[in-house]
Design a protein around this ligand. Structure first.
Ligand code: GDG
Length: 457
């Protein structure tokens, strides 16, 4: 059996944080069969990039490439985060299409493809991750790689009409067709991709579900990503979780806690969420002084304009609700524009009566699953989940909401706060079963099994 080769924009090389189910799952897969993890070193150099930096840990090698400052601006902040991220999240209105950014994106994929190809051995299997590397498979093929080549998209794949707005969508589709296996988060994403390939590229959908495109046969399937529920449970019972929960409890007393935790990203529906909580207080005076929203929102990608705008909007909205309703001994919204460790978050999830996960669009959303895994089985909280999160496809027992419907979300919060313990337990059990069944280990096993089938074929 050959090695597993993983390529992702960031790696979990020694010295980087190997926190989070995903990094751990990939690490486990790599140590299981021995392998190599390729990606950006996280370092930018002024002009000339050095060659690869190789770091070894046990039977796993990390191959790390630098970016120049211009590449960081064009490939990463430019094309990946200003064009691809918004379009894949159905937000053409926020996308900025700059030809030079695309050129830079293609160039980095080409350079990285060449670097990675030099490290490949005959019987390796290659697994590429996410929207930073849409052209990497094609570049490996161009360099002569004929072995198994898989790709997993962590974010949604939009409907054909939206994807086709991307000026370079043809080139990207052609690149994707060079993979043997394309993994998506949900059946909806797979359906979107199929229809796009058939309508725009004359692809043929074969009876066995595979796709014939550009003279190649590719498999496009859903592999819903999960978490490590045991880890989350451990965190929620740990010392850090307890200390954090105690601190919050001291602040809120016996008031009900509603929690949100999201990267500060326009896809997460944060302004709408604040508005919904405001609406709840507008319409229910009996809740004033009785309930708190704690929103953790670590800033991300702050050099991108749309993210700065979001930050300002959040400050304004939370300030307004608090201005309208705060009293001497109560502030309705505690909005924290900073990150906390996952240990701390687990404690907060457990304390919270309601988990509010209302993205406008999300590939999967792991916070929803982590909230479920952190609950006390006899007295669990209620998950309110956007129907537009990938997670909703298999979590129908959550209170599903349309995050654009501010009144509907307010109603759902009210319903969650009033829900009987019996109903809470029943809903939670169904959710917990799903979270445990489709965990992160299952996700990677299913993907790698499918990729190995390609290898055999
Ligand atoms: C992308 C896709 C898909 C949150 N706050 C803090 C913190 N977190 C952790 C959570 C969770 C992770 O970050 C966030 O994962 P999500 O899935 O919710 O969202 P994205 O970052 O957008 O991830 C998404 C995912 O990839 C996996 O495929 O589900 O749809 O967009 O684990 O607990 N971690 C720390 N401090 C925080 O304040 N340390």
């Amino acid at each position: 059996m050959g090695r597993l080769i993983v390529a992702s924009n960031r790696t979990a090389a020694p010295g980087e944080e190997r926190a989070g189910g995903l990094a751990v799952a990939l690490w486990d897969a790599l140590t299981e069969r021995g392998g190599l993890w390729f990606g950006w070193s996280g370092e930018t150099v002024e002009r000339e990039t050095r060659g690869l930096r190789i770091v070894t840990e046990g039977n796993v090698e990390f191959a790390l490439a630098d970016l120049t400052a211009a590449e960081l601006a064009g490939y990463y902040l430019g094309y990946a985060n200003r064009a691809l991220w918004p379009v894949f999240h159905y937000r053409i209105d926020l996308a900025r299409f700059v030809d030079e950014d695309w050129d830079c994106y293609a160039t980095v994929n080409r350079r990285f493809g060449r670097l990675l190809h030099q490290l490949l051995r005959r019987d390796d299997i290659v697994w590429v991750h996410d929207y930073h590397f849409l052209l990497l498979g094609q570049e490996l093929r161009n360099n002569g790689w004929q072995g198994p080549l898989g790709f997993f998209l962590h974010i949604p794949f939009p409907p054909a009409e939206v994807f086709a707005a991307l000026p370079q969508h043809q080139r990207i589709a052609r690149g994707l067709a060079d993979f043997d296996l394309l993994g998506f988060q949900t059946e909806r994403d797979v359906g979107n991709f199929h229809r796009y390939m058939v309508e725009q590229h004359g692809a043929e959908l074969l009876p066995d579900g595979r796709l014939k495109a550009y003279g190649r046969i590719i498999r496009a399937e859903a592999f819903p990503i999960g978490i490590d529920p045991a880890e989350m449970r451990r965190f929620s019972e740990g010392e850090e979780a307890r200390t954090a929960a105690d601190r919050v409890r001291r602040m809120i007393g016996d008031r009900a806690l509603v929690i949100g935790a999201d990267r500060m990203d326009y896809s997460k529906g944060l302004p709408q969420r604040i508005q919904a909580f405001g609406r709840l207080l507008d319409e229910h005076d009996e809740l004033r002084g009785r309930v708190n929203l704690l929103q953790v929102a670590p800033p991300s990608r702050e050099t991108v304009g749309a993210y700065r705008d979001l930050r300002e909007e959040m400050d304004r909205l939370a300030g307004r609700v608090n201005g309208d309703y705060s009293d001497l001994d109560w502030t309705p919204i505690r909005y924290l524009a900073r990150g906390y460790s996952r240990e701390v978050l687990a404690g907060l999830y457990q304390l919270a009566r309601v988990g509010l996960v209302t993205p406008l669009r999300d590939g999967m959303n792991l916070v929803a699953k982590e909230y479920v895994a952190s609950q006390v089985p006899e007295d669990p909280g209620v998950l309110i989940l956007s129907e537009f999160a990938g997670a909703a496809e298999r979590m129908p027992s959550a209170l599903l909401v349309n995050p654009h419907d501010v009144g509907g979300v307010a109603d759902a919060i009210l319903r969650a706060l009033r829900m009987s313990r019996e109903e809470r337990v029943e809903r939670w059990q169904a959710l917990d079963e799903e979270v445990r069944r489709n965990d992160v280990a299952t996700w990677r096993r299913n993907f790698l099994d499918a990729l190995r089938d390609v290898e055999m074929a």
